[in-house]
Design a protein around this ligand. Structure first.
Ligand code: BT5
Length: 273
């Protein structure tokens, strides 16, 4: 697979979208595109900046987990966006951006992709990608958010993740989803377009406007799950999300709204415990 050509990504980003782009950088190798953008000056409100890498030496997932993507095998893309005013709650943003990634893939003729709350991109019952959303420290009136998308495009056959997966042992790439995966450059452009649209829509309408879309792609809905949170573990049935994007879990005792947590399928627990 070829390395990334910045011109093939920058040039198609034109019109209103291009006008809002502060800077787009493509690295052959970097620790983490999210870490990089978190260290850079925040874009002015309503504007965004993008960092992409062919290879990350220290790609990050949630909760200090790692994201592994061998050179040239996937998309490692981060976008920093500054919200003009943060009236809405943030947890739903990752969900909304996941819907954006699905939309980008659909425009590239890749369908059947689902989302597992809060940040996993799922295809064929395995993990195709993940999303890491982080707020910049020190933000006050305006809030700058860095969101990173990792998507497997064409992984080496022998690839194994070092850390035990939290969801499923299966790792999926776009080659499993289509005979003709798009180039990573095309994929980058589509993802950037969709992420920006979602940021703007989320800024004006919050997660509530994505709620209907979420229901169509909610991979956990109706499944027996285990929820691990800092204050303990509970078991129940996933019952969709609320208007803030919190996961609703029906336990034997109550209906809980979970804002932070790691989800395991009850059936998989024996495999990965
Ligand atoms: C995520 O975390 O899934 C978020 C991944 C975000 C990666 C992007 S790449 C661009 C930007 N820069 C960064 O440094 N990060 C973002 P989480 O839900 O915590 O999942 C991490 C877990 O997924 C790991 O502990 C492994 O079990 C598994 N994993 C690691 N690499 C994988 C891969 N390529 N495909 C599938 N699963 C993987």
């Amino acid at each position: 697979m070829n390395t990334l050509d910045p011109d093939n990504i920058r040039q198609p980003i034109s019109g209103a979208l291009g006008a809002r782009l502060e800077i787009l950088e493509v690295f052959e190798e970097i620790e983490s595109t999210n870490s990089y953008l978190l260290d850079q000056p925040a874009p002015p409100p309503g504007r965004f900046r993008v960092a992409l890498a062919d290879y990350q030496t220290a790609g990050r997932g949630r909760l200090n987990r790692t994201w592994q993507s061998p050179p040239s095998s996937g998309l490692c893309l981060s976008m920093a966006y500054t919200f003009r005013q943060m009236r809405v709650k943030l947890p739903g943003l990752t969900l909304a951006l996941g819907i954006g990634v699905i939309d980008a893939l659909r425009r590239l003729d890749i369908s059947g992709i689902r989302l597992k709350w809060p940040n996993d991109i799922i295809a064929h019952g395995g993990k195709l990608g993940g999303i890491l959303t982080e707020a910049c420290q020190g933000a006050r009136k305006n809030l700058t958010v860095v969101t990173g998308i990792g998507l497997n495009v064409d992984l080496p056959d022998a690839m194994q993740v070092l850390e035990k997966p939290t969801l499923t042992n299966k790792i999926v790439d776009l080659k499993d989803c289509t005979n003709d995966p798009p180039s990573r450059e095309k994929l980058s452009v589509a993802v950037i377009e969709s992420l920006f649209d979602c940021m703007v829509r989320f800024e004006s309408d919050g997660f509530a406007s994505f709620h209907g879309d979420w229901k169509k792609v909610d991979w956990l809905f109706g499944r027996q799950i285990i929820v691990d949170q800092t204050d303990g573990r509970c078991a129940g049935i996933a019952d969709g999300v609320d208007d803030d994007g919190a996961l609703i879990v029906r336990t034997d005792q109550d209906r809980r709204h979970v804002i932070n947590g790691s989800i395991t399928l009850r059936d998989d627990l024996d495999d990965i415990a």
